[in-house]
Ligand binder design. Structure first.
Ligand code: C5P
Length: 216
């Protein structure tokens, strides 16, 4: 039987990629599978939490005990998270949010002209940083970070800058870790300075251990 150590907790999880449309036919995105977020959602629900998943366009199934709020763009995800987070005990931000968006195309579809097409991207809101820096004393936030270099140093900086309770960081350039993989190798650190490097594990197992850490 699952422990019911998250009973009575409300948990919001963002997962999957976001899509930022260039025109009616094309978008800017990333290969996030939503597996880490879905694993956390299922594990938390099994352990008694009331879970709401804000899902970007990922091909991932969730059981009906998890409330699903589907979104497409980073701005949609931000709006949904701003609505939901104030009533939540824990916010868990696994989504691979597009940091930039192209400008809206006025003609509906870009046409070929033989010329170079230049676009100026605009920054999207940082959902986690915004909500986490304004959280109440009884709320906790969990962030994720994919780092190309200096994993430990950059993770510690992000933990502080985004005012997180827990940060889960992984290297982006490793087989069996990161995007669209069923396994990951992560470094976990919390706001009290506790830190652990876990070996390569299934994301389902990482999810279970993250809730062990939170409910300690
Ligand atoms: O700063 P960086 O993108 O590396 O931070 C990653 C963390 O921040 C992840 O938890 C991700 O879900 C969250 N994030 C967000 N909104 C953004 C960018 C990142 O919530 N625009």
């Amino acid at each position: 039987l699952s422990p019911q150590d998250l009973h009575g907790k409300k948990i919001m999880i963002t997962l999957g990629p976001t899509r930022e449309y260039f025109d009616k036919a094309r978008f800017w995105s990333n290969p996030s599978s939503g597996i880490m977020g879905a694993s956390l959602a299922v594990a938390a629900a099994l352990r008694g939490a009331e879970v709401t998943a804000i899902t970007g366009p990922a091909d991932i199934a969730l059981p009906s005990m998890i409330q699903r709020v589907p979104v497409v763009t980073a701005r949609d995800m931000f709006e949904a998270a701003q609505d939901i987070f104030p009533t939540q005990d824990i916010g868990c931000f696994t989504a691979a949010v597009a940091d930039f968006r192209p400008p809206a195309c006025s003609t509906g579809k870009f046409k070929k002209s033989g010329e170079t097409l230049s676009l100026t991207f605009e920054p999207n809101p940082d959902i986690l940083a915004t909500l986490s820096n304004a959280k109440k004393s009884w709320q906790q936030t969990i962030g994720f970070a994919a780092e190309a270099q200096d994993l430990e140093k950059n993770a510690a900086l992000k933990l502080a800058k985004k005012n997180l309770d827990l940060l889960v960081a992984n290297p982006i350039d490793e087989a069996g870790a990161g995007f669209a993989s069923c396994t990951n190798r992560v470094l976990v650190m919390d706001r009290h300075g506790r830190q652990e490097a876990w070996p390569q594990l299934p994301k389902t197992e990482i999810a279970w251990r993250i809730w062990d850490w939170i409910s300690m």
